[in-house]
Every structure is written in C-alpha cells, then in structure tokens.
Design a protein around this ligand. Structure first.
Ligand SMILES: Nc1ncnc2c1ncn2[C@@H]1O[C@H](COP(=O)(O)OP(=O)(O)OP(=O)(O)O)[C@@H](O)[C@H]1O
Ligand SMILES: [Mg+2]
Length: 311
C-alpha cells in the first residue's frame, strides 16, 4: 500500500486538507462510526485497508516515501521556502460558458516573507491557494515551492509534499470536534511519521507558543472562537512547514479577538522564518504584511505599500 494515494478516508468523512488526507470520492460515504473514535482506534483507512498510522502509542511508522518526507526534523531546509507562481491559469466550466478565474497569474514570494492577497469576493483567492497547495490542478502554468514544481507532481507526491511542507489556517478553524486540543495538533505530526513522546512534546510546546498549554486536554467545542483559531495555528505550524497558507484567518472573529490572534500567527511565523500567504479582507492583516498583492481579473498586482494603505 502506498500512502498519499489521495484516497484516504475515515468514517466516511472528508478530513481537513491540512492533514494531507483526502476523502475517496469513489467510496460510499456511509461510515457510521464516530470519526474521533476511528482516529483514536487507528482506523484511518486507505482503499479499504487500514493505513499504517494511528494515534496510539505503539504503532508502525509511515513508510519512507522518499524525498518528500522529512517530518522528523520538521524544519524548513536551508535556502528553501521560496514560492514562485508562473503564468498560472485556472478556469471553471459553467454550462456552455468558461469562467476564467486565474489568467496567467505571476508572483514570487521570498523565504520568510508574509504576503497578503486581497481581491473582491469571487476573484479567485481561494482557488489560488488551492493551486499553490496542489489540492486543485492548474490548467496551465507552474507553482514552485522550495524549488520543486508542485504542478509536475502526481497525486501521491503532492499529498505527501503538502503534508510535510505546508500548513493551513482556514476561516472556520476546521478542527476535528471529536479529538481534544492536543490530539488535533498531534494528528499532523502522526501523519508525518512523528509519534509517541516526541509528538506529544512537540504538540504541547506549540500549544504553549499560542498560549493554550493549559487547554491541551479540553474538548475543542469548549474553546472560544479565538482560542480555536489559536489551536488551528498551532496545528498549522507544529510540523514546522516552510509555507503557511491562510484563507481569511480572522474572517470569523470579532475585531478584538482578531487583534489577539493575529499577533500570535505573525510572531510565530516570523520567529520561525515561515513564508506566509494570507488571503484577507481585513485591513489589520494586510497592514501587518510585508507586501500586499491584489487579485484582479485573474492576475496578481502589487498593491500600495501596506503602511501607506493603513494610514
Ligand atoms: N470547483 C469549482 N467549480 C466551479 N466554479 C468554481 C469552483 N471553485 C471556484 N469556482 C468559481 O471561481 C470563482 C472564484 O472562486 P474563489 O472561491 O476562488 O473566490 P474567492 O476570491 O476566494 O472569493 P471569497 O472572497 O468570496 O472567498 C468563483 O466565481 C467561483 O464560483
Ligand atoms: Mg475564498
């Protein structure tokens, strides 16, 4: 069995993409067992067989899948972390009409840089993030991360690459409600082959970084929105990805809570040298970014300097 075949499912439910696990569209999604129980019991399955990883203490390791697999160091490799988007195009068919969402978009993001992407609703911001992470495929053009052409990879390699090198933060947190706080964070490490005491220690350390060490064993639905988003940030960074993609990370938070969460996100990514692409309508986010790109008519345009925008 090969991991990262893109057809992993659990309990008939799609898992969040940041885990790198994808629901099998060909499988009858009728699983009646509870998602969390299945995860706890090691019941993540792939093509009808149990996948070789679980959340227990005594488990087999994920098979070494070659060069895309480096989670036991968990650090971005030196000299890497650059994102290059070249002539990226993506269209969707709507009946007889073709809707050209991205039209030869170009951009380059330096290692450690925080770039905000703005644009009106429907301009293609989420589509762009999905192409960068390889969740979606471009019609034309290339995405290079850490010097590797994601668009040229097959599905198993893209899944493993995403799992090891990219972190995600979404507007609606996307935590798994049946796992506690620490288990939510640990899942990404487990999927990357880091487990046992090491996985537990790293999860607790990153929870301490976001100020939630004391809540490690709380149920996620007992946390406030701002706390849940801090858990999501911990989960996104626990495997020390070189690239963090965030889609409206403050979009579901009130202004004050957003003002508490945002510095957590940016101080952690800046301290770790993580490259960040953050889609946002929030001026507070774009004013703190190093650079702002506006997605307009399918292309990325330099926006005025963040400080000029904020003043
Ligand atoms: N799978 C899909 N099939 C058909 N059309 C799609 C698909 N995904 C996105 N689109 C279309 O592409 C356009 C861009 O969508 P996208 O979600 O990327 O916009 P967005 O900039 O993220 O908007 P918002 O700010 O509202 O989140 C929209 O018109 C949307 O309907
Ligand atoms: Mg969107």
């Amino acid at each position: 069995m090969q991991l990262g075949g893109g057809d992993v499912y659990t309990g008939g439910r799609r898992l969040p993409e940041d885990t790198g696990i994808r629901h099998d569209p060909n499988h009858d999604p009728l699983g009646s067992e509870h998602l969390g129980q299945r995860l706890r019991g090691g019941q993540i399955r792939q093509r009808g067989k149990q996948a070789p990883f679980r959340l227990g203490h005594d488990v087999a390791t994920v098979p070494n899948a070659g060069c895309f697999y480096n989670a036991d160091t968990g650090r971005p490799q030196r000299g890497l972390g650059v994102l290059r988007i070249r002539q990226l195009s993506r269209s969707f068919r709507e009946g007889a009409r073709v809707h050209q969402v991205l039209d030869r978009a170009d951009a380059q993001v330096s290692r450690g840089e925080t770039v905000a992407v703005t644009g009106r609703s429907g301009s293609g911001k989420s589509t762009l993030l999905n192409l960068i992470s390889g969740i979606d495929r471009a019609d034309r053009g290339t995405v290079e991360i850490d010097g590797r052409d994601v668009t040229a990879m097959g599905e198993p390699a893209r899944t493993l690459f995403r799992r090891a090198h990219i972190g995600f933060v979404y507007q609606f947190f996307n935590l798994i409600p049946t796992l506690d706080v620490a288990e939510n964070v640990r899942l990404v490490l487990e999927l990357n082959g880091v487990r046992g005491a090491q996985a537990r220690e790293r999860s607790l350390a990153v929870l301490a970084d976001v100020g939630l060490r004391e809540r490690a064993h709380s149920a996620v639905d007992q946390l406030s929105g701002g706390e849940q988003q801090r858990v999501a940030i911990a989960r996104a960074l626990v495997h020390r990805p070189g690239l963090l993609l965030a889609d409206e990370p403050t979009g579901n938070l009130d202004e004050q809570t957003a003002g508490e969460v945002l510095p957590v996100l940016l101080s952690l990514t800046r301290a770790r040298g993580t490259t960040v692409v953050v889609v946002t309508h929030d001026v507070a986010v774009s004013s703190l970014a190093d650079r702002v790109l506006e997605l307009r008519e399918g292309r990325l345009h330099d926006a005025p300097e963040p400080r000029a925008r904020a003043s």
